[in-house]
Design a protein around this ligand. Sequence first.
Ligand code: CMC
Length: 432
Amino acid sequence: MSTNDGFTLTDNKSGKKVDLPRMIGTVGPDLADIRTLYGSMDIFTYDPGFTSTGSCKSAITYIDGDQGILLHRGYPIEQLAEKSDFLETAYLILYGELPNPEQNKAFRKNVTYHSMLQDQMNYFYRGFRRDAHPMAVICGVVGAMAAFYHDSTNVNDPASREVASFRLIAKMPTIVAWAYKYSQGQPFIYPNNKMSYAENFLHMMFATPCEEYVPSPVLVKAMDRLLILHADHEQNASTSTVRLAGSSGANPFACIAAGIASLWGPAHGSANEAVLQQLREIGSVDRIPEIIARAKDKDDPFRLMGFGHRVYKNYDPRAKIMGQACKEVLKELGKEDEPLLKLAMELERIALSDDYFVSRKLFPNVDFYSGIILQAMGIPTSAFTCLFALARTVGWIAQWNEMHEDKDQKIGRPRQLYVGAPQRDYTPLDKR
Ligand code: CMC
């Protein structure tokens, strides 16, 4: 993985030289291993936003942003979305291979039989205001899991980490559905072990003690596919947050709560909520030119939500699948004429023929169409990002586990370029 055919960095000021080994992965750009740089040259590197920095080795997910390719453990996202289901994909992401029939059965059983929450957690929910944002609720509840499940917080024990993984993946649908139920003032619906992961989630969201809820198989499939599309995405902001939090040895529930907090930002997971709000505000096709002009205006902080990506400089492959799924779901629900879909498609068409977006390689991302599907399914806008967190828990856990197994990993501790005052003496209050 590391070769001598590397790089030589010269400090033009001191004339010092340092050899930096080249690191070569399976596919993708090579890396310069700069770990010895500070020790030998007394310099740091500067890279806010980590645009040129690899923080770890990983065998989980590969993205080729120029080609618009996304692979989980080598399998293209298009094949997983079409042929797999969420729990099978979760197994693949966690363990590295598709499960055989016995592994498949055992994994499903482990996830299914951890879906109920410790009953005392009911009371924990009741401490929140009813109008709290569901992301605030799930962030709190997931963090609080450390107080309810102490027996799976030993991060140095692989068996303990595995139990924590089952608990998190199994309980996230219950946690998210209960956050929604609480906001509606409706009783919590308990998980049903006879149902599939996606069906059970929809059931906990929409059933009530007085009304049975049987979701259509098309909706169950669409929800399952949506979860697959969000399951992992390499070293994005929330995943890096989970790894950084975990690098100190923090317990898994605290780390995932940290990931949820990071995901909540509008530049990241909350974009799905923002896209829908933006489409509603635009309202009609004739307002699109005005919106495009705002997005292009350098003096206006306004951005076209659901557009652009740090890594994809081509169409986000997840957005392609999502756009197609969106049409299928709306057809199933008899909502083919959904005005927001028409508006989104027209917005995409106009943006992709505008030089501003073309020259900056700004394409629709995964969040552009997901909100329209979720809205059509009856999921409230404020819960959209919770769905993202539910699915991404699989990726977070897999990455967190991988970090614990990687001997190269240490506590994450970036350095800085200090631009503050140099050392000076304290001035007493009466002299200031
Ligand atoms: N609308 C208008 N202009 C944009 C947009 C946009 N959505 N995105 C990027 N730009 C422009 C930006 O102004 C800059 O222009 P210039 O070079 O003239 O200064 C150029 O494109 C590069 O942008 P950047 O901010 O340097 O790119 P980044 O890699 O730091 O940001 C991003 C990536 C996703 C944060 C950004 O594209 C964005 O804010 N998009 C809207 C929010 C969004 O949809 N987020 C979801 C991302 S996908 C799911 C997820 O990760 O959770």
